[in-house]
Design a protein around this ligand. Structure first.
Ligand SMILES: [Zn+2]
Length: 312
């Protein structure tokens, strides 16, 4: 074997740059290099600085619900391209890329699940699919979930991670802001809770519509939440903005949010809130009544300091 062959074999057996991310991950905040599995077990929260990294719909759903309880609906709904829109790439191409990254046809996954035994309608955004943008399909899925919540007397939870309205759909996208808001009004009229969870980032048309209409608005630590970006605002008003502006903690302090909850505590917090709202009290289903009877008392929620919930 000559030296060239040896080098060829060496290259084959070594980790490639493409393999590297599956073993090691760098925290975008504190730059610590960590073993991927370790971070994965912590639902992608940095063990050194507690930075909450962005996660896809799959990990998000897993972190919130009772194992194996999620039943997805409307997964076949796919965007059409009414404007035949092309910017740097065609809209069609961008949708294809999003599908490749997430395995889904839109930036929203919706379905039914249980959270500590309580049946709930859940909608989750995936930022990897076109920046979690809100288009016609995403809006329609939210409206259908709202209708299912009303029909089944369930609570509705929407987890946002979005850059805003999908510009490739222009007015069709902006229309979703009013369409989803109207559906949530009907949820409210039916006396059912809507809990909005804002994750990094929740911006633009999403924060300007359904994401801010929650009966309870909860954010993850450090999440960027706002309408326009900081630089645009600074240029428009000609002033330097304060430290931490548009971050979850700043917004909590200024009364924009109800809670900032760490990812590891989110499921338990949701379960306690759902229990508190008694979402199934009107449901004559014996199983649900039994679940309610066996659930923790509300006092547990107040006394449990392991929750580490910040409230405003
Ligand atoms: Zn870190």
């Amino acid at each position: 074997m000559n030296f060239g062959d040896m080098f060829k074999n060496f290259r084959k057996t070594s980790s490639t740059i493409e393999d590297a991310p599956s073993h090691w991950i760098k925290c975008p905040q504190c730059n610590s290099l960590m073993y991927y599995k370790e971070v994965e077990n912590l639902f992608h929260v940095c063990p050194k600085c507690q930075h909450h990294m962005r996660i896809g719909q799959e990990v998000r759903i897993e972190s919130l619900i009772d194992k194996g309880s999620f039943v997805e609906f409307d997964s076949t709904l796919a965007p059409i391209d009414p404007l035949k829109f092309v910017d740097k790439k065609s809209y069609k191409k961008r949708v294809e890329e999003g599908e490749k990254k997430t395995g889904k046809k839109s930036s929203v996954v919706c379905g039914e699940c249980t959270i500590e035994g309580i049946p709930t309608q859940l909608v989750v955004f995936d930022f990897k699919f076109m920046g979690g943008s809100l288009g016609s399909v995403e809006g329609e899925k939210i409206v259908r979930s709202a209708h299912r919540a009303i029909e089944k007397k369930h609570a509705l939870i929407i987890v946002s991670a979005s850059g805003g309205a999908r510009m490739q759909e222009s007015t069709f996208s902006l229309l979703q802001m009013s369409k989803t808001s109207a559906a949530l009004k009907r949820v409210s009229q039916n006396g059912l809770p809507f809990i909005s969870i804002l994750t990094d980032p929740t911006m633009g048309g999403v924060s300007a519509s359904f994401a801010m209409l929650g009966d309870l608005i909860i954010a993850e630590p450090g999440a960027l939440i706002g309408f326009a970006g900081q630089r645009v605002i600074e240029q428009t008003i000609g002033t330097k903005l304060p430290e931490g502006f548009q971050r979850a903690e700043f917004l909590l302090e200024h009364g924009f949010l109800d809670m900032v909850v760490k990812r590891k505590n989110m499921k338990k917090t949701l379960a306690d809130l759902l229990y508190f709202f008694d979402t199934n009290i009107h449901n004559s289903n014996g199983r649900n009544r039994k679940i309610l009877q066996t659930r923790r008392r509300r006092d547990d929620f107040v006394e449990d300091d392991s929750l580490e919930v910040e409230t405003g």
